[in-house]
Each structure stands twice: as C-alpha cells, then as structure tokens.
Write a protein that binds this ligand. Sequence first.
Ligand code: SAH
Length: 391
Amino acid sequence: MGPDGLPQVSLIRRGVERWQAGHPWIYRADLNGDPALQGGEVVRVTDARGWFLGKAFYSKHSKISLRWLSYEDVAVDTDFFRQRLALADAMRRRALPGETTYRVVHGEADLLPGLVVDRYGDCLSVQFLIPGTEQRKQLLVDLLVELYKPRAIINRSDVGVRALEGLPQEKGVLYGTQPGPVAYDEGLVRVRADLLEGQKTGAFLDQRENHIMASQYAFGEALDCFSYVGGFALQLATRAQKVTAVEISDQAAAQLRENAASNKLTNVDVVVANAFDFLRDSVDEGRRFDTIVLDPPSFAKNKDAIEGALRGYKEINLRAIQLLRPGGYLISASCTYHIDEQAFEDMLASAAADAKRRVQIIEKRGAGKDHPVLLNLRETRYLKCFVLRVL
Ligand code: SAH
C-alpha cells in the first residue's frame, strides 16, 4: 500500500528503463514479483527502492501489466478523467475546427489507455479495452454526457483484444436509446452508419480526411474496393463520372446504396463481391478505370501473418495498377500496423515493376489528426494511405 492508499507495484531495472524510454506500457516480466491484485486497479508504481515513477492501470490477465496514466503524483479521480477528456477534446477542436465527427479519445495516444471514444455528431460510440476502463465505465459515461450532452452513447466493446484482458465481448446502449443509423457530414456528403450493428465503432473515422482528399483526385471511371458504407465511394462520386463500389458484406452494401441515394448520387453502382475476385476478373475482361481506391481490412493481426498479408496487398495493388489508364490515380491504404510505411512502399514498388508501369508517389498520408500518433508507441502509427499516379 502506498502513502495515498493505492496498491503499490515495483519494477525491476528493465521496467524502469522502459519507463525512462517513454514507452506507455510495462510487461509482466518487468514487475518486481506478482502483485496480489484483481486487475483494473489504479496502482502507484515505484522502482525497486520505492522511488515514485507514476500511476498506472493494472491488468492481471494481459502480458501488458501496467499502462501509465500519470507520471506525476496526482490523484486519479473523477476530475483527473474529466481533465484528460477535456485535453483530448481541445486538440480536436483546434485541429478540426467546426467538426462534430471525430475520434475524441485514441487510447494511449491521449493518455487514456484502454479507451476509445468516437463522436458522430450527437452520438458517441465507445470501446473499453482493459479492466481499468471497463470498471470505470459509468464514471466515463457520466463525464462524456457532461461534456457532449449526446443523444446516445453506444458501447462497442465487442473486440477480440478484450479476450487478452480476460474480458468478454460486449455491445449495447449505455446512454439514451438505440439511435439506428446515425448521420454525419463528410465533406460535401452525408453518411449514415449504424453505430451498434456496423463495423468497428460504426465507421472508419481514421480515413475521414483521406476520404475528402480522394474527391480531389477522382475523375472518369472510378472503382472503390472494400467500400463499407461508402467513405471513399461517395466522395469519388462527387467528381467521377461513374463509381463501382465493391463490398463483400450485404449489410454494408445496403447502407452504401442508401447513402448514395440520399445524397442524390445516381452514379454509384454497388457490387456485392469479393474484391480479390472482382479485380482479377476485371483484368481478365480488359476493363479500365481512371481512379481506384483500395482500403482493405487488416490482413495481418500478428507478426507471423506478415508474409501472407504482403502477398495479399501485392495482388490487389498489382491488379489495380494494371487496371488504370495512363494518368490514373491509385489511392492505396493499409491499416496493418505490422507492415510499416517502408514495407508498404516496397510492396507497391514491386507491384509497379511486375505491372511494368511507372508510378509516381503524389502523397503519403496516415490517419486523420484526431488519431494522433504517440511517439514511442509504434502501434499508434498503423494507417498508411498513398496517393499514386500511374503513367
Ligand atoms: N473503405 C471503407 C472502410 C473499409 S473497411 C471506408 O473508408 O469507410 C474494410 C471493408 O472491406 C469492410 O466493409 C469489409 O466488409 C470489407 N471486406 C472484407 N473483405 C472483403 C473482400 N474480400 N472483398 C470485398 N470487401 C471485403
């Protein structure tokens, strides 16, 4: 027990070195002994001699035992979390003035480990990823209500990583009533997504700035592969003559059709298909496009899957390059954090060489500003989005 009544956990030297290096986690092997705790507690962390290092959430089941909350000896109480939420929100207001749809909290990168909060206008969608945040669900919901006065708060803690923490998958309505598909603005279009039944927290807010960027390049005949509810397809449709959107999920495809119709975009053709097959068949049929977007789901959840994932990326990028007319644009994304920007670029170079086309890099982008990258935590730098022009 520490002086403030909190349980105390001490680190071996290697743990202290990680703390010094600024990494936001401490692994079990770097603890000095096994604390007799349940998990979810805020603990006081010291070095082996009892020097204060900071305060952290403790996890019992995970290999990641500690996630730093503060490097100062402050009380981790309601006010602490209120201030952290306000700090996170303040950055979004500066970086994205006037926006009401953005990621409010990006976990560790906002000094709120194990918490994700996405705001879609007047509705919020939240993920509690560790016992520390799971056990403070009500407190966090109360603070979010205070900050945003939302119509509804949806819990989307139905994610696999919770299993590593000994937590079950959960989803439901935490505040207000199930709002059904929620509408939010993205550039010139209005998108609807179902926060409770859709993928992730309802949509992929990390690509919002890239969606809007894509409209700038779009022209002629466009193809959007892995479309979900149309983040890219709808933007392409504001500029291109015609857009073909390829999506494997019936539910997402139906929402995309509805989104196109409600925006009076009559030039979107939604195809329910496997994008790998669609791309292969299109090459075989000699089809051509002027603008192509590839935004697949993550192909590698762990390091062992990297090779297979790179093969997958290369296959779709090679085909896309083959399908583009000279002067056409390829917007190619990857959210696999095990494949970094350099590895992704090398894969693209190899695809271009195999296609025997010369390809320019026009832009190298990442996730939007509301998904800050934390220096010293590679995992927060996961999204790559290249704009390429095929000559
Ligand atoms: N581009 C979207 C997000 C894409 S998420 C946006 O920016 O909003 C990946 C999407 O790919 C999901 O909707 C998923 O249902 C779909 N998907 C997964 N595998 C697929 C496949 N083999 N072919 C086509 N779509 C696929």
